[in-house]
Design a protein around this ligand. Structure first.
Ligand code: NAD
Ligand code: WQD
Length: 335
């Protein structure tokens, strides 16, 4: 049995589908602070599999302990956390408390019940401003906002945990920019309010919910002046977790992997590809740079390829098509 925290979220729900399709038994937890219970129902529909869902908070140690008592957990995939960079600068204590204390409580219970295998959702945001791209796992870490620092601190907590007890097996996955949705169009990214990330903003403009996209700066040193990122299809990303799970089940230690495609695309390239494959127009306006944005970042994917045996297979067109299908099928998100 694999415990999945944050299972109702964007990436967690897609990972649950891949785990169930691969034959794993799962038990799931989410406090639904940034997600809907319907996502869990949809995972069950897609996979035609049943599993337990506990609508609880990781900060509620008693409730979480019940999950450990009631289920034969072998490993944990830990997605639960708050993830909005802007909000984290306004509410740093909320981010530090939720993400860090939540992880500490989870690891305390894992220690108590001798389940010392964890796959953790980190982020490319821990690299901050890269010295060079593609960026490899041993590049300097310099998170630039409270959200990023929660990820960096949790990475360090996990490293210390292993140093204190060599029977831990820990996989730290640094995601680049997850986009797309399950090809069924029934699960996807469902942001609260106005999206802060590029792809959900684009789909909401294309469907007419928002008037126009603001492109944050066209004076970066990139091919067309707009920011370059490594967008990765969420289904590819979800599959990376199965590979990481195999590693934590079979080895000890702390291993860090970038999960990206290794290719960078500019904001204008994303808009152009989206318009081409969906035949929808995405009106946009160039505005000032967004504070804290880097010009270009994309992954060196060699380590994940060599040690996990994982590579992303889905290209930008598929990412756009699948994001759009989810948006069209669920104009109001999960209701
Ligand atoms: P998401 O918000 O859709 O999913 C996170 C889930 O965790 C939500 O369903 C939320 O309700 C739940 N949660 C938050 N705090 C909790 C708590 N204390 N107890 C129980 N549940 C809690 O986000 P996502 O995009 O699916 O991201 C999953 C993980 O990956 C997060 O840790 C995020 O920081 C990380 N990550 C995301 C991205 C991205 O761009 N989406 C990139 C890099 C890393
Ligand atoms: C992508 C590009 C923007 C919105 C963030 C987090 C990171 C990770 C992924 C969690 C950039 C441009 C965006 C818009 C725009 N999350 N843009 N107009 O900033 O690379 O990464 O999400 O870990 O930590 O920082 O992603 O989707 O916000 O931006 O022009 O309305 O699109 O400037 O170049 P980002 P994003």
């Amino acid at each position: 049995m694999i415990l999945v925290t944050g299972a109702a979220g964007f990436i967690g729900s897609h990972a649950c589908v891949e785990l169930l399709n691969a034959g794993y038994e799962i038990v799931t937890v989410d406090n639904l602070s940034n997600s809907k219970r319907e996502a869990i129902n949809r995972v069950k529909q897609i996979t035609k599999r049943d599993f337990l869902f506990y609508p609880i908070d990781l900060l509620d140690k008693e409730a979480l302990e019940k999950v450990f008592i009631e289920n034969k957990i072998k490993a944990v995939i830990h997605f639960a956390g708050l993830k909005a960079v802007g909000e984290s600068t306004e509410k740093p204590l909320m981010y530090y408390y939720n993400n860090i204390v939540g992880t500490i409580i989870l690891c305390e219970l894992m220690t108590k019940y001798k389940i010392k295998r964890i796959v953790f959702s980190s982020s490319a945001t821990v690299y901050g401003m890269p010295d060079q791209v593609p960026i490899s796992e041993n590049s300097p870490l310099r998170a630039m906002n409270p959200y990023g620092r929660t990820k960096l601190m949790i990475e360090e907590i996990l490293r210390d945990l292993y140093l204190s007890d060599k029977s831990w097996s820990i996989s730290i996955l640094r995601y680049f920019n997850p986009v797309g949705a399950h090809p069924s169009g029934t699960i996807g990214e469902d942001p609260n309010g106005i999206p802060s990330n590029l792809m959900p903003f684009i789909t909401q403009v294309a469907i007419g919910k928002l008037n126009q996209l603001k492109v944050f700066g066209n004076d970066y040193e990139t091919i067309d002046g707009t920011g370059i990122r490594d967008y990765i299809h969420v289904v590819d990303l979800a599959k990376g977790h199965l590979k990481a799970l195999e590693v934590v089940m079979n080895t000890f230690g702390v291993k860090v992997f970038n999960l990206g495609t290794g290719s960078g695309y500019s904001v204008l390239q994303i808009i152009e590809t989206f318009e081409k494959v969906t035949k929808k127009s995405v009106p946009y306006q160039i505005v000032e740079r967004r504070q804290g944005d880097v010009a270009a970042i994309y992954a060196d994917t060699n380590k994940a390829k060599d040690e996990l045996g994982w590579v992303a297979t889905k290209g930008l067109e598929e990412m756009c098509i699948d994001s759009w299908r989810w948006q069209v099928n669920n104009p109001k998100g999960y209701i």
